[in-house]
Design a protein around this ligand. Structure first.
Ligand SMILES: CC(C)(COP(=O)(O)OP(=O)(O)OC[C@H]1O[C@@H](n2cnc3c(N)ncnc32)[C@H](O)[C@@H]1OP(=O)(O)O)[C@@H](O)C(=O)NCCC(=O)NCCS
Length: 184
């Protein structure tokens, strides 16, 4: 019972900096989410973001995420990145094996690229996930053309472990994928 309460609190994280807020998603975030994620350049090197991205997809996806905040030990948790009262991105800890490892995933609206925001978000949330979920390893799988994403991971101490040949398939095209990790 006690553990359940702690994990609920951990999952319902709310972090505020002077530039952005990280918080649980709400159903009312659908319009912001759909508007900012519906960009071919956001979707192109991800396995899970479709393009075009319809508003109904945002409604369905949000309902699913919000359910996970009530779970004792969700396998995947995604939080909203909010700037100036608008949801402009997401940070996710996926495939969580509590006490062991998890995968990192993130995106932010193109209008906020290269301002150093995701570098800070990943710093905060990897530290948080290592502590809260007692992880030993957080890894990221990054399509090889996605050099910005690789730079963000490396700036946060992630080390390149290898290249997985043709590991990803997106829109009928196969991509080599960098595997990076940070361990404790
Ligand atoms: C990847 C992504 C999350 C980065 O977010 P961001 O807030 O722009 O990241 P930051 O500003 O903190 O850092 C970006 C870094 O990448 C570097 N970078 C950007 N494009 C680059 C390129 N083509 N080659 C090399 N480095 C590049 C920037 O110079 C910057 O590093 P610096 O601060 O040392 O100069 C964002 O571009 C995004 O959402 N992309 C679409 C979704 C996506 O691909 N997600 C990752 C899936 S694994």
């Amino acid at each position: 019972m006690l553990i359940y309460k702690i994990i609920k609190k951990e999952v319902k994280v709310f972090i505020k900096t002077n530039q952005f807020i990280i918080r649980p998603f709400k159903l009312s975030d659908a319009a912001d989410l759909a508007r900012n994620i519906n960009n071919a350049k956001v979707a192109r090197y991800t396995t899970s973001i479709p393009y075009p991205y319809k508003l109904q997809y945002a409604h369905d996806w949000l309902a699913k995420q919000i359910k996970t905040y009530e779970e004792k030990r969700p396998e995947n948790i995604v939080w909203a990145i909010e700037i100036d009262r608008e949801v402009v991105g997401a940070i996710g800890i996926h495939k969580i094996i509590y006490g062991h490892k998890a995968e990192l995933g993130a995106w932010i609206a193109q209008k906020h690229w290269n301002k150093g925001i995701m570098t800070q978000v990943i710093k905060i949330m990897t530290d948080y996930a290592f502590k809260s979920f007692k992880l030993k390893r957080i890894y990221a799988r990054i399509f090889t053309p996605n050099l910005g994403s690789k730079a963000v991971a490396e700036k946060n101490g992630f080390k390149l472990e290898g290249i997985m040949k043709k590991d990803a398939k997106k829109d009928g095209k196969y991509y080599d994928v960098y595997l990076l990790s940070k361990t404790k």
